[in-house]
Design a protein around this ligand. Structure first.
Ligand SMILES: NC(=O)c1ccc[n+]([C@@H]2O[C@H](COP(=O)([O-])OP(=O)(O)OC[C@H]3O[C@@H](n4cnc5c(N)ncnc54)[C@H](O)[C@@H]3O)[C@@H](O)[C@H]2O)c1
Length: 262
C-alpha cells in the first residue's frame, strides 16, 4: 500500500460502475484513494465507491460532475477514462446474411460519442484542475483493436486509435505541468457486460462464425492461452496512477497476453 502512495488521492473513474472500470475503482479504493465513479448507470453490485451520474457524451453533464468533484474534494489527482461501448458490424455485409449486421450511422455516432468525445470532454475538464495543481495522471483505456484493427469492429477500433493519438498529444501538451497521460490497451478479457453473449454473437456473425467458435478462436490467438483477468487491468492502472510510474507518459501499454492482430 505504502509503495504506491495512493492513500488520499482523488480519483475519477468513468465507466466505474461495471466491468474493468469497476474492478479498477475497487483496486484504487483498496489503496485508500478517494474514488468517484462517473457513469450513466449505478453499479449492479453493492460498492463502497461513490457514483456521480455523468453522461460522458454531454458537455453539460461532464462539467457538472467535475464541478461536484472540485467542490467536494478541492482537487483531482487521477482520471481514468474507462467508459466505452462496442457495437460490432461489418462495413459492408459481404455474407449477405443479414443486412442489419452492417455498421450503421447510429452505431458510428454512439461509439464516437462515448469512446472518443467522452475522453475529450473528461480530460479537458480534468486537465483544467490538474494544470492549476501542477500535477495529475490521465489514463485512457484503449483496446488492442485501436492499434491492430479488427474484423467487425472497425468503428470501435477507429475510436480507440483516436484515443491512442489523444494520449500522444495530451502528454506533449501537459508534460510541462507535471501531468502524465498514459494509455492501457486490453484485448480479450474474462466476460464483462460489454462482452455479453449478444455482443459475442454479433461479432461472430461478422466473421462467419458461431459464438462458440469465435471464443475458441480468441483463445488460440492468445499466446498465454487465456483471457485477461479484470485485476490484471486494474493492477496496471493502479500502478500507472501512482508516482511509481513517474516517468511513463505518452504511450499506450498493451495488456493482451501477447495477442495481436485482432
Ligand atoms: N472487456 C474487454 O475485453 C475490453 C477489451 C478491450 C478494451 N476494453 C475497454 O475497456 C473499457 C471498459 O470495458 P468493459 O468491458 O468494462 O465494459 P462495460 O460495459 O462492463 O463497462 C462500461 C461502462 O461504461 C459506462 N458507460 C457507457 N456509456 C456511458 C456514457 N455515455 N457515460 C458514462 N458512462 C457510460 C457503462 O454504464 C458501463 O458502466 C472500455 O473502454 C472498453 O472499450 C474492454
Amino acid at each position: 500500500m505504502e509503495w504506491l502512495g495512493l492513500a488520499g488521492k482523488v480519483v475519477a473513474v468513468t465507466g466505474g460502475s461495471s466491468g474493468l472500470g469497476e474492478a479498477t475503482a475497487a483496486s484504487l479504493l483498496a489503496q485508500e484513494a478517494r474514488v468517484v465513479a462517473l457513469d450513466v448507470n449505478p453499479a449492479a453490485t453493492a460498492s463502497a465507491v461513490e457514483t456521480i451520474h455523468c453522461d460522458v457524451t454531454e458537455a453539460s453533464s461532464v462539467h457538472a460532475a467535475f464541478e461536484q468533484i472540485a467542490s467536494t474534494y478541492g482537487r483531482l489527482d487521477v482520471l481514468a477514462n474507462f467508459a466505452g461501448v462496442n457495437r460490432p458490424g461489418l462495413l459492408v455485409d459481404y455474407y449477405k446474411a443479414d443486412a442489419s449486421k452492417e455498421a450503421s450511422v447510429e452505431q458510428f455516432d454512439l461509439q464516437v460519442a462515448v469512446n472518443q468525445k467522452g475522453p475529450f470532454l473528461c480530460a479537458q475538464a480534468a486537465a483544467r484542475m490538474m494544470i492549476a495543481q501542477r500535477s495529475g495522471v490521465i489514463v485512457n483505456v484503449s483496446s488492442e483493436a485501436g492499434a491492430e484493427g479488427s474484423v467487425g469492429q472497425s468503428i470501435y477500433a477507429a475510436t480507440k486509435g483516436a484515443l491512442n493519438s489523444f494520449t500522444l498529444s495530451w502528454a506533449k501538451e501537459w508534460g510541462r505541468f507535471g501531468i502524465r497521460v498514459v494509455g492501457v490497451a486490453p484485448a480479450i478479457n474474462e466476460p464483462t457486460p460489454m462482452g455479453n453473449p449478444e455482443h459475442v454473437a454479433a461479432l461472430a456473425a461478422t466473421r462467419g462464425m458461431d459464438a462458440d467458435s469465435v471464443e475458441a478462436d480468441y483463445t488460440t490467438r492468445i499466446p498465454l492461452g487465456r483471457p485477461g483477468r479484470h485485476h490484471e487491468i486494474a493492477d496496471l492502472v493502479t500502478y500507472l496512477a501512482s508516482d511509481r510510474a513517474s516517468y511513463i507518459t505518452g504511450t499506450t501499454i498493451a495488456v493482451t497476453g501477447g495477442k495481436s492482430r485482432g
